[in-house]
Design a protein around this ligand. Sequence first.
Ligand SMILES: [Zn+2]
Length: 661
Amino acid sequence: MPSTPQPETDNAAAQDKAATESPADKFARECRAGLIRAREILASILAVVEPRTAENTLAPYNEMLVAMEHSSATAGLIHSVHPDKSIRDAAETCEQEAAAFVNELRLNRELFDAFNALDTEGMDADTSRLVARALRDFRRAGVDKDEPTRRRIKDIDDELVVMGQQFSRNIVDDVRHIALKDASEMKGLPKDYIDSHKPNDKGDILITTNYPDYIPFMSYAESADLRRELYVASRGRGDRSNGEVLAKILKLRTEKVKLLGYANWADYATEDKMMKTGKNAASFIERVSRTAQKRARRDYTELLRYKKKHLDRTANRVDDHEKTFLENKVKAQSYSYDAQEVRPYFPYKQVEQGLLDITAEMYGVQYRPAAGAEIWHQDVRAFDVMRGEEKVGRIFLDMHPREGKYQHAAQFTLRSGVIGSQLPEGVLVCNFPNPRSEPPALMEHDDVVTMFHEFGHLMHHVLGGQQRWIEQSGVATEWDFVEAPSQMFEEWAWSHDTLRRFARHHETGAVIPEELVQRMRKADKFGIGLQTVQQMFYASVSLRFHTLDPAGLDMPHEVRRLQEKYTPFKFVEGTSFHTNFGHLNGYSALYYTYMWSLVIAKDLLTPFHKNGLMNPEWTSKYRDAILARGGTKDAADLVKDFLGREFSFKAFEDYLTRDSL
Ligand SMILES: [Zn+2]
């Protein structure tokens, strides 16, 4: 069984091998063993000659996926977190091999035939759902098409992988900069930023388009001209070659889905999501942007008013490159809120304990340190999730930065729970201050929100991990629903009612004042009108590019039109947003998903707002109706089971249009 590389001592042969084999080779061998086992099981499924049944086909299919996941999930995690680079590299290779195996499965005609031959009459709901979904995914891959068509689809898929990587690389590699002549041009920026930007040997201070340079500069630099220059540099990235690469990608995607019988890529990509069609996605974008327009106007007017009063009396407009800077100014002035003010209430250890206590109470579980668990670094902690004396899963918390580790925050699956076979195991990988090396490790409130968000995914994975079929385990819901439980759980990091349980001043022990939390929330809410219409601009680029006929698509024209349709900001000459909008690769037409999940998250909160975030009746109902069901039902039905009605836009619309929090 592939797992973290620890010397194996169970038999003499293994000891011999361990003596000559490098840890990376050992990892690769163990990881590959899972894939080999999966291939063996696949062969045994295909060899069945008796009539197809759940027992002779679906049970081994499930077992095959469990074996495959042992390799792919371990590799995915280890690739992102292991301190030893050679092991990370070995994990990456194994991860790619596992991905290739999964792709092959959906193109395996014999396996499709086996599923097709199953008699679903009399199967329970979960099982017939498993079969229906698998058949749909086989067809979406084109397995039922004739041989030349399948070959062409395979070629397109291969080419799309290469072109997608090219598109992303052209953005990452195209780092641009502006050159400042003097440190005074960094006026407004924090001292540590100025100190870390020294002139080079030509006397220039370079500010690059990379985020750690870009975001503070756009937020704080007082010079609007330099901000504009940096904005144009950043939004011009990829313009030398990505226009052409993107045109090719769109053409290939369109060709593929036409072969599969869809009108366009947007219809194909939304079909297996809650959204279902490209048309629904377009109406959604229209509806959200219509709802947000009024507030966006109001936000814009407030920015303009500040600009006229403090910066330029003759100003008659605000541009995109001024937005973040002015927003910060208005927040500081109108809400007298400074993010530094809340940090002392959030020492890492207290936040973590608070989060564990809150979720334990909400979901009726206890966290017991898992002494024997294998960990990959001394900072990682493992807990068994207990319900009384019954163990229901295991979580790992890898919460602090170190060299070579994944640099964002995410929940990783280590094992998906399958009844009678394995318990769910999940890992949080984050980069918060470390109480061991830098006590008291005060956190930004944004980080606290991120930690709750990711823990929302973790609870979904663990509590939804009691399923018969691995493909329905944990977060295996529609892609555009996955963020709803985690976005909803962010509220627990914003409410004074829950914050007061753990947010205490690290020196005085005083509980965070309610007044401070209110101010923090008000400041946070300023600008959501503009943020929302900006998001709808991005979502519409993503959707329209995948709806229109690529042959007639004038991309720069369309970007300009959509920016001016959805946002109050004018298109800036010299920019080329579509050539550096990296999500066009991974999300393709589906950039709307973030906002869609948010609409549902706001609706899921309605009973909690009425009855309290810790109301035991509703927390357990939420656990049982949504989280525990994993992917056994359509997300829309899960939400209906929980709310007792169809989900609606009302809560989201109230949030956008009203001033109350
Ligand atoms: Zn998330």
